[in-house]
Design a protein. Structure first.
Length: 488
C-alpha cells in the first residue's frame, strides 16, 4: 500500500536528502558521518508510517525520517548532548509503541553522557523531544518501556538504593504513577502480562512475570533448578505462544515454549554442549543459531505446527551468520566470503525449501568488516554494518514485487464482513493477520494455496468491537497488503 508523504518536519528541517528507490540492489542509505567515521545509525521504530532512524555526524545526534519514496529528513535532538547514548525501546521484543495511533515515538537517552542518567523521552515528530519525568528526582536508570492498554509502562532502577520500581505514563494526562516495587528488564508483552529475565535470590536469572493490573511480579519457572541460571533471552511471540532461549541442565542452551498455562518446556536443542544465540521466525519455522564446541557453527529450524526440528546444514557452511531476518520468503543472513588475501562479511538470501543460497548484489563495492543485524520496515530490508569505505552506516535492500498483482480491501468501513480482492500471477500460499489499535495480533490464519487468477478472500469481522484494526496479507515474499480497517 502506498505511503503518504509526511510534511510535519518542513518548518524545522535542518537538512534534506532525496534518494530514488532502487530495487534488487544493496546500497548505502546515507553516509551519516562522511568518510570512515561511524554514523552509528539505529532504527527506532515507525512514527506516522515512516521509519525513524537515529544517527550522528562528528558533533551531534539526529533523528531522521525515511519513507517508502526514499525521502530523508533530519531533526536535531537538542535534548541530549553530542554523542550521548540514544537507544530505542526494544523494538524486536516489545510491541512497537510508536505504532499506537495518535501517540509519539518513545525512546531512552542519557542526559549527560553517563549511563546512570538514562531517561525516557517522547517525540511527536514535530517539536523537540520531551523528557518523561520519573516519580522523583532521584537518579534513575530507565528502561524496558512497554505500550499496553493505551499507557506506557516502564521500569526504573534507583542507582542509590539499588532497587527497581515500575511506573506508568498516561499520554493524555502526562502523569507518571508508580504501580509496583518490582522491576523488569528486557522481555516481552504476552497475554497482557510482561515476561522477562530477572535474578532471584535462590534461583539465579530465570523467567519472571509482571502483572500490570495488580503491580505484582513473581517467578514463572526455575528452568535451571538451584542457583544456576536458566538465563532466558530472545523472547518472541508466535501464534499465541511465547518462545525464548534458555539453558537446560541436561540439554544445554535450547529453544523453549510457554503457553501461559503449563510450565515452559524445551522443544528443540542441538546438543547438550551447544549454546543457542538467536531466534528468527521464517515461513512457519523458528531458525536458531548455535555455537557448539570447540568452534563449530550449527543451525536448526523448528516447525511450530508439527513440533519437529530439522538441521540446516546449508547454513552451517557460512561461518558467522548469527544475524538473520525473514524477507520476501527468503531467510537473510550474514556470512563470511573468503578471497585470496582477504575475508569479509556479505549478505546472503537463503531459499530453505530448495537449499539455494544467493549473495545479494550491491550498487558498488562494500567491504563489510562486520554486520550487526537486520530490520524490516515498510517492505524494505535494513542492514547495519561497518565497512572499510564508510565506517558504521546503514544499508538497504528492496526487492521488486511482481507486476500485475493487486490486493484490495473492501468494503471499508464495514459492519460485519470484509473482503480482500487478490489478483495473483502465480500459485501461492497466503497468511492473514489482524492487529488491534495497540498493535497486538488478535488473529493469525493460514489461508492455504491460491491458484493464479482473481480471488475474493472473505473475512468475517462481526465479532470484533467497533474501532480501528490493521489487516495484513502475506505470502512467501513478505507483506502484500497492510490496510487500516474501520469496524463500525
Amino acid at each position: 500500500m502506498p505511503m503518504m508523504r509526511t510534511l510535519y518536519l518542513s518548518i524545522l528541517l535542518l537538512s534534506f536528502h532525496a534518494t530514488h528507490a532502487q530495487y534488487d540492489t544493496l546500497r548505502m542509505l546515507q553516509d551519516y558521518c562522511p568518510g570512515t567515521c561511524d554514523g552509528n545509525p539505529m532504527p527506532m521504530g515507525l512514527l506516522n508510517g515512516n521509519l525513524i532512524i537515529s544517527a550522528q555526524d562528528e558533533t551531534k545526534k539526529y533523528l531522521y525520517t525515511y519513507n517508502a519514496d526514499g525521502l530523508l529528513q533530519s531533526f536535531p535532538n537538542d535534548s541530549v548532548p553530542p554523542l550521548a547514548m540514544l537507544s530505542p525501546v526494544n523494538p524486536h521484543r516489545f510491541t512497537a509503541v510508536a505504532a499506537a495511533p495518535g501517540h509519539a515515538l518513545y525512546f531512552c537517552s542519557t542526559l549527560d553522557g553517563r549511563s546512570e542518567s538514562i531517561r525516557l523521552f517522547s517525540w511527536d515528530g514535530l517539536n523537540k523531544p520531551v523528557k518523561i519525568v520519573p516519580v522523583s528526582d532521584t537518579p534513575h536508570s530507565i528502561g524496558s518501556p512497554i505500550w499496553w492498554n493505551d499507557k506506557l509502562y516502564f521500569s526504573a532502577y534507583n542507582i542509590r538504593t539499588y532497587k527497581y520500581s515500575t511506573h506508568v505514563y498516561d499520554p493524555k494526562t502526562k502523569a507518571v504513577t508508580k504501580v509496583g516495587d518490582a522491576g523488569y528488564t528486557y522481555g516481552v508483552l504476552y497475554k497482557d502480562k510482561f515476561y522477562y529475565k530477572h535474578f532471584g535470590s535462590n534461583t539465579g536469572q530465570e523467567l519472571f512475570v509482571f502483572d500490570p493490573k495488580t503491580g505484582i511480579a513473581g517467578i514463572v519457572a526455575d528452568i535451571n533448578p538451584g542457583q544456576e541460571s536458566g538465563d532466558p533471552e530472545n523472547f518472541i511471540v508466535v501464534q499465541d505462544k511465547l518462545y525464548f532461549l534458555a539453558t537446560h541442565p541436561d540439554y544445554g542452551r535450547g529453544l523453549y515454549m510457554y503457553d501461559g498455562a503449563n510450565a515452559p518446556k524445551c522443544v528443540s536443542y542441538h546438543s547438550n554442549k551447544s549454546r543457542a544465540y538467536t531466534i528468527t521466525p521464517h515461513n512457519g519455522r523458528l531458525y536458531v543459531y548455535y555455537q557448539a564446541p570447540p568452534s563449530k557453527v550449527a543451525h536448526t529450524s523448528y516447525d511450530i505446527v508439527t513440533n519437529t526440528t530439522r538441521t540446516e546444514d546449508t547454513l552451517d557452511k557460512y561461518s558467522g551468520n548469527i544475524f538473520m531476518a525473514s524477507y520476501h520468503g527468503k531467510l537473510i543472513f550474514n556470512g563470511y566470503k573468503v578471497v585470496p588475501g582477504n575475508a569479509y562479511h556479505v549478505v546472503y538470501s537463503y531459499d530453505a525449501e530448495n537449499k539455494i543460497v544467493r549473495e545479494l548484489p550491491t550498487d558498488q563495492q562494500y567491504t563489510f568488516r562486520y554486520i550487526y543485524g537486520f530490520d524490516v520496515y515498510n517492505d524494505v530490508l535494513y542492514i547495519n554494518g561497518t565497512t572499510a569505505e564508510h565506517g558504521y552506516e546503514m544499508f538497504t535492500y528492496r526487492e521488486r514485487q511482481p507486476a500485475k498483482e493487486s490486493y484490495i480491501l473492501y468494503p471499508n468501513p464495514t459492519l460485519d464482513n470484509v473482503y480482500i480482492k487478490a489478483t495473483t500471477e502465480i500459485k501461492q500460499n497466503f497468511d492473514l493477520s489482524i492487529y488491534d489499535a495497540a498493535g497486538r495480533q488478535i488473529l493469525w490464519r493460514r489461508l492455504g494455496a491460491f491458484d493464479k487468477g482473481e480471488h475474493n478472500i472473505h473475512i468475517p469481522v462481526s465479532h470484533l468491537a467497533a474501532g480501528v484494526y490493521i489487516i495484513t496479507l502475506r505470502n512467501y515474499r513478505g507483506v502484500l497488503l497492510r490496510e487500516k480497517l474501520v469496524k463500525l
